[in-house]
Design a protein. Sequence first.
Length: 305
Amino acid sequence: MTTASNSPPLRPPRAREGGGDGRLAAVFIAPALLGFLVFLLWPTLRGIYLSFTRFNLLTPAKWVGLDNYDRMVHDPIFWSSLKVTVEYVLINIGIQTVTALAVAVLLQRLTQSALLRGIVLTPYLMSNVVAGIVWLWILDTQLGIGNEIIGGLGFDHIPFLADKTWAIPTIALINVWRHVGYTALLLFAGLQAIPGDMYEAAKVDGASEWRMFWRITMPLLRPVLAVVLIMTVIGSFQVFDTVAVTTAGGPANATNVLQYYIYGSAFGRFQFGYASAMSVALLIVLSAITFLQYRLTRAGQTDLG
């Protein structure tokens, strides 16, 4: 009779031959990786190469070294476009962040209605082009309903998109209107991760809503707020479509943001080498800003234990 001690020792099950899990992971990753290589990495590398050439689509690219960058440094329109873009970003990000944070806190502290969240998100479902055209009609100096209301209140009509002083703030506010709901929902999701018992304990200690906001909400929301700021700043520097359908860079280059100037140089004047050089400069600026934001806001750290 064979005893149990004579039976062969049990061995742990072997991993499937050929790395089955690795192959399955590769299958799922392949489409995203292919898209990254074809639509992101290759165009970026190609654009960097073209920034050192003179290229107009009709003739082969001719290597010119740093000539495009030297031209960019001495181009007053480039610096004017960069200044206009920074002005737009400051107005857009400042108003959008404060408004979105206020909306998110109100949604979290007063009501968490899914219907209300859907209403807040509604403008974001509209494309930038459609939003720009709608506001162009509303703010038209002669026939726009917005100016008709202003005139009905006894004030003079305001050339929102036709005056150098009003144009960039107006475009910034149009995009705030469209994006603030989406930004608010991102911050609202971050607020949901804050434990409710912290607010309960603060209430027991007699803390006001204002004090709880600064002592609990802001410190614990910081990582999410930092990431949202990085995303919105990058998106704001890339503003194009709203400008294209409302002012086309006017009046007198007052809204000629950097992306619109790059587009005009490439597809209007066929100076693809110079446009690529400006695109590379924008890439460097955004990379530096993103790095500084990440470090200063400590986006990779959290105060939640």
